[in-house]
Design a protein around this ligand. Sequence first.
Ligand SMILES: Nc1ncnc2c1ncn2[C@@H]1O[C@H](COP(=O)(O)OP(=O)(O)OP(=O)(O)O)[C@@H](O)[C@H]1O
Length: 338
Amino acid sequence: MHDGSGRIAVQNLTKQFGAVTAVQNLSFTVEPGSVTGFIGPNGAGKTTTLRMLLGLVTPTMGIATINGRPYHQLGNPARVVGAVLENEGFHPKRTARNHLRVYAAAIGVPDQRADELLQLVGLAPAADRKAGDFSLGMRQRLSLATALLGDPQVLVLDEPANGLDPEGIAWLRNFLRSFAQQGRTVLVSSHLLSELEQTIDQVVIVSAGTTRYYGSLDQLRAGQQSRVLVQPADANGLVAALREGGLTQLEPTPDGRVAVYGASVQQIGDLAAKAGIAVYGMEEEKADLEKLFFQLTNPQYGAAQYGPPPQQPPGGWGPPPPGHQQPQGYQQSWGGHQ
Ligand SMILES: Nc1ncnc2c1ncn2[C@@H]1O[C@H](COP(=O)(O)OP(=O)(O)OP(=O)(O)O)[C@@H](O)[C@H]1O
């Protein structure tokens, strides 16, 4: 029997389609009780990886397991893992309710489960409409209901937010969080980090078939410090006052402002007031995960997006800020890829 843990493990997974390396030596684990985002730009290898996990594509190398076993060794897979994949076909003439009943019968689940799930995904009013007439968002909801028929321990979703309206996205977010809170496992892909930012605990960022970051979202944020941009009447005076007040991570900006790392607007304002230095404006620049995502998935553009690494001005304002460190959860090195 499988180990029943609900853990997904992807180990050194590689898939070659002729000359195309869709997935290259990918490794990560998804623990039960968490929602893991699988994020990467178009063509990054997300769908291929999920299809290998679900036994629909044979890996060239490596292994993907659920509960310690490859998909085809799971016994009753619909009871273990539910999946929503892109471009899933429905019989166009079949109603939503009948579609679910056919699948329910195939996995030995009572008919009434179809109605429960139509209710859960918000499709009860459309239960007797033909799936062929459904909008993309309605098809996504029906796919999710199908995936949930076997009351699985693990959910694997490929771009489930595609076509959903804002209310649908908010609903999906809450659903995935509560599913994970029951100790179950969720692996969900998207090409947008912002779409999943509020939902996921852990993230695997892929680009060109390789892992660019694997770890918690908090660690990713921590690797990218926020800063406050200050417009003072006297920059040198402000720098001296801030340093005296213990704020040493300072940097001049090209437009003549002072960038202060690791301090709040209030702390800076108090120190400036104490030194009698007028401040004409302060702007808080929060860590921007979407920019970081862009940098991680397009290393060649990273420098242009973020500007040069912090430098000390002539005369020096103190040690450079640690705002451009590598995130701690980082797994593989930067560099070229095929
Ligand atoms: N059956 C196939 N035959 C040949 N190449 C393929 C096949 N399936 C995928 N690929 C290629 O593998 C690469 C990864 O594709 P994949 O669909 O896994 O990416 P993705 O991250 O899911 O992209 P998207 O966000 O656009 O869905 C792409 O270059 C794609 O063209």
